[in-house]
Design a protein around this ligand. Structure first.
Ligand SMILES: Cc1cc2nc3c(=O)[nH]c(=O)nc-3n(C[C@H](O)[C@H](O)[C@H](O)COP(=O)(O)OP(=O)(O)OC[C@H]3O[C@@H](n4cnc5c(N)ncnc54)[C@H](O)[C@@H]3O)c2cc1C
Length: 428
């Protein structure tokens, strides 16, 4: 009997992490990706306007992102990530010029809240304790129904962090998703909140090493192969249809669809998926940052939200940025450069710039959308789902995407195991 084939559709982080998990299980793994390159929404490319390689968006991990770090260790790319020595988040309010640093305590007890210079300005201990209530709430309601979404604490701490993590206006965002990320990071203390970045770019840290890992284990990754349709029969997927060929599946073969939600919905009849999305805008400036500038700065009272100082560029991230999609690019670049120059203390004309607008960067992390996320299993016995939009309990992040791949791989292995047992039993 030949080993089962597992076809993974999509070579974003979800598909790649599923493939990495399954590569050594004895099944034959095939990854089919529609784009010319792997990586999906987490990749690097050479930008001729800036004359350098940049990422499709600034991506930040935190040291509490356990599945992502396990994936990184497995594919052997730890040296392509830099972890900050401490969990310290410098902030500036561009209206007042006031600067402060949020610095969680080492352990899970929130002792940092007792130290005035480690808290958000204008907010007292009681405000902060109220915000921490989010960690212990239950159910899923908009965050504004659980904690106060006004005032200094919200503006100077809760909003910037949750907006970045959820890519959704926190007041209307899901309290269940906020709770989960706070439990995995803030509630565990500084050790789980250290920022991590891919200093050589996303592809060199997350994608290329995964492709090497898979190649060495005879996993085929086919690029420029768009899955157009699936044939179903008897409650199973029986054929995969690509542009120029089809693949018939045997009784033992499985499929993991790790494609974006709109594609999954078009391939799988009756599938519920998130259907509202938020944009992320990144603005890159080709200029060497001044010496001693913090690697990342949170910004309030401005259009910019986070400023990243890379070796060869300054780069701004703006989340839930749907309102910026129609702004003339030059206009936006000038406005953001004024803010960046003020924060960095740089007196220079607008450097070469590039604005990247990912219109459907993530699903909108509202309670309604969260309820639309399906689990790993589908109505079809041999079809599983993965992707940052599936029901991982996490928002659409690197950690969420990799977790979904791990869940799908575990489910596939379990099903294959069960089939082996029942085949043996039948033959016995
Ligand atoms: C600008 C931006 C900034 C972000 N910042 C952060 C951050 O700071 N921290 C963080 O943790 N996360 C961040 N994220 C989120 C993170 O990038 C995503 O959650 C993650 O990359 C999603 O991976 P995925 O595999 O689920 O989906 P995708 O990356 O979308 O992968 C799906 C893959 O399927 C392929 N595909 C589609 N249709 C087909 C088909 N018919 N046949 C075959 N293949 C198909 C696509 O080409 C793609 O490669 C950011 C995202 C963006 C866009």
């Amino acid at each position: 009997m030949r080993p089962a084939n597992i076809h993974i559709i999509g070579a974003g982080l979800a598909g790649l992490s599923a493939a990495v998990e399954l590569a050594t299980t004895g099944a034959r793994i095939f990854v089919h990706e529609s784009a010319k390159v792997a990586g999906g929404r987490c990749r690097s490319y050479f930008d001729p306007q800036l004359g350098m390689e940049i990422d499709n968006g600034n991506h930040l991990l935190l040291s509490g992102n356990a599945h992502a770090l396990k994936y990184i260790r497995k594919i052997g790319s730890e040296d392509r990530l830099t972890q900050a020595p401490e969990a310290r988040f410098p902030f500036v309010d561009l209206r007042s010029g006031r600067r402060w640093t949020i610095a969680p305590s080492r352990g899970p007890l929130p002792l940092w809240l007792f130290s005035g210079d480690r808290r958000a300005p204008g907010a007292n201990l009681r405000d902060h304790m109220n915000m921490l209530k989010l960690i212990w709430t239950s159910g899923d309601a908009p965050i504004a129904e659980r904690v106060d979404c006004h005032g200094a604490l919200y503006e100077n701490l809760t909003r910037p962090f949750l907006l970045a993590a959820l890519n959704t206006d926190p007041a209307i965002a899901s309290s269940a998703l906020a709770r989960q990320i706070m439990r995995e990071t803030l509630a565990k203390g500084a050790a789980a909140c250290r920022p991590i970045i891919a200093h050589e770019g996303l592809s060199k840290a997350f994608i290329e090493p995964a492709l090497d890992y898979l190649q060495k284990r005879n996993v085929s990754v086919d690029l420029s192969k768009r899955l157009r349709a699936l044939t179903f029969d008897g409650g199973r997927v029986t054929t995969l249809h690509f542009d120029d060929h089809s693949i018939d599946l045997t009784q033992d073969d499985m499929v993991i669809a790790a494609v974006p939600p709109n594609i999954a919905a078009s391939l799988v009849p009756g599938l519920s998926t998130p259907d509202a999305f938020n944009a992320i805008v990144n603005v890159h400036f080709a200029i060497t940052p001044p010496t001693g500038m913090p690697f990342m700065t949170g910004i309030v009272g401005a259009t910019s939200e986070w400023l990243f100082a890379y070796r060869d560029r300054l780069s701004v991230t703006i989340s839930a940025a749907n309102h910026l999609l129609k702004r003339p690019l030059e206009d936006l670049a000038k406005e953001i450069w004024r803010e960046v120059a003020q924060i960095a203390g740089v007196d220079a004309p607008l450097p070469p710039w590039r604005i990247l607008r990912e219109k459907r960067a993530t699903f909108a992390a509202t309670p309604d959308q969260n309820r639309r996320r399906p689990g790993v299993r589908t109505a079809y016995a041999n079809l599983l789902l993965a992707g940052d939009w599936t029901a991982t309990g996490l928002p659409a992040t690197i950690e969420g995407a990799i977790t979904s791949g791990v869940i799908a791989a575990a489910e596939a292995q379990m099903q294959l195991q069960q089939r082996k047992i029942s085949t043996h039993a039948n033959h016995g």
